[in-house]
Ligand binder design. Structure first.
Ligand code: SF4
Ligand code: MG
Length: 330
């Protein structure tokens, strides 16, 4: 709720704060038990910072994090160590997150050992997890990370993330470094594990095809803010926010089944150090009107009371589409 994280930029002889990167700015959303919420947006939109805030790997400047009804860090709330056990993260860079000098079985057993599990039990647990992610122990348990392919290393990371029996995984570009065929296998593995372990996923990716495949709902971020959230079918068939539409157009235009009529997005996002006032997308938006540079639009359900929320002045509350009168300008 209202999560905010600005990173200060210091300068001058005294190292004073001269500006700040507004990485995550007043972001509120919920991940529902059992769902996969996909998070998309261009690089630098705040996706990874958001993931780190949820894990409390970086503390938020302000805002609240509530896990299963308990506020993290509050008195009588959820303690950080309970949060970290319940919520685990898998990163993109599978190679650097594994200890190169540790056999993978030990890497997987490490977390449970730290949490007090006996050696034999932790070992048996690790072996069973390796089997579950498709790495039979008799072939893989004693191997070191350098003896594994990228896909296999990512399977080890997933096994490691599951070792403390978490309820939620945050997957930050977890398949982005993999070849397409391996990516598909790991995505299917993630789907199967989600059902078997009753997991909830927050799935961050810049790849809209992958997000479409795995998500139940999709959240779109632009320059540290949430601009649209909705069910996956709704977002992909009839996204409303001009940014989402442009993002979809730029990635899906090669697909003849996608009925994309929007011009793809051009140019780079503005600098998050000094984001544009009003709607942050107004410098790139083909529908922008005067109000867009003056007032920030609030996230509003479209149509009213629906699951689909959009932050855009030109969105039509009745139809849930950008107003007919709003003309795209070149
Ligand atoms: Fe474009 Fe205005 Fe909507 Fe922002 S509020 S997305 S600038 S039409
Ligand atoms: Mg990132």
């Amino acid at each position: 709720r209202n999560l905010r994280k600005h990173f200060p930029i210091t300068g001058g002889l005294l190292g004073r704060t001269v500006a700040s990167v507004r990485a995550v700015d007043d972001v509120s959303f919920a991940v529902r038990k059992g769902e996969t919420l996909g998070v998309v947006g261009e690089s630098g939109c705040g996706k990874s910072t958001l993931a780190k805030l949820l894990m409390h790997l970086v503390p938020p400047d302000s805002g609240e994090l509530i896990f299963d009804g308990l506020e993290v860090g509050a008195r009588d709330g959820l303690r950080l160590r309970d949060l970290r056990r319940n919520m685990q993260m898998v990163f993109q860079d599978s190679a650097s997150s594994l200890n190169p000098r540790m056999p993978i079985e030990e890497s997987v057993a490490y977390g449970p050992r730290v949490h007090g599990m006996g050696r034999a039990q932790a070992r048996a647990h690790a072996i069973s997890l390796l089997e579950q992610v498709g790495l039979p122990a008799r072939l893989f348990a004693g191997r070191y990370p350098h003896e594994l392919s990228g896909g296999q290393k990512q399977r080890v990371n997933i096994a490691r993330a599951l070792a403390l029996d978490p309820r939620m995984l945050i997957l930050d570009e977890a398949v982005s470094a993999l070849d397409k065929s391996v990516e598909a296998q790991v995505l299917n593995l993630l789907r199967r594990l989600k059902a078997e372990f009753n997991l909830t996923y927050l799935f961050i990716s810049h790849d809209l095809h992958v997000v479409q495949y795995i998500s139940d709902r999709v959240m779109v971020m632009y320059l540290g803010e949430v601009v649209e959230i909705g069910p996956v079918e709704r977002i992909y068939a009839s996204a409303t926010h001009p940014y989402t539409r442009a993002l979809l157009a730029s990635q899906l235009h090669a697909d003849p089944r996608a009925r994309v009529t929007e011009p793809p997005i051009t140019g780079d996002p503005p600098n998050p150090v000094n984001p544009p006032g009003g709607c942050r997308f107004h410098t790139r938006c083909p529908f922008a009107e005067t109000i867009c540079s003056q007032t920030a639009p609030a996230l509003t359900p479209l149509p009213a009371a629906s699951e689909h929320v959009v932050a855009c002045h030109m969105a039509d509350p009745a139809s849930g589409h950008t107003r007919a009168g709003a003309q795209a300008r070149p």
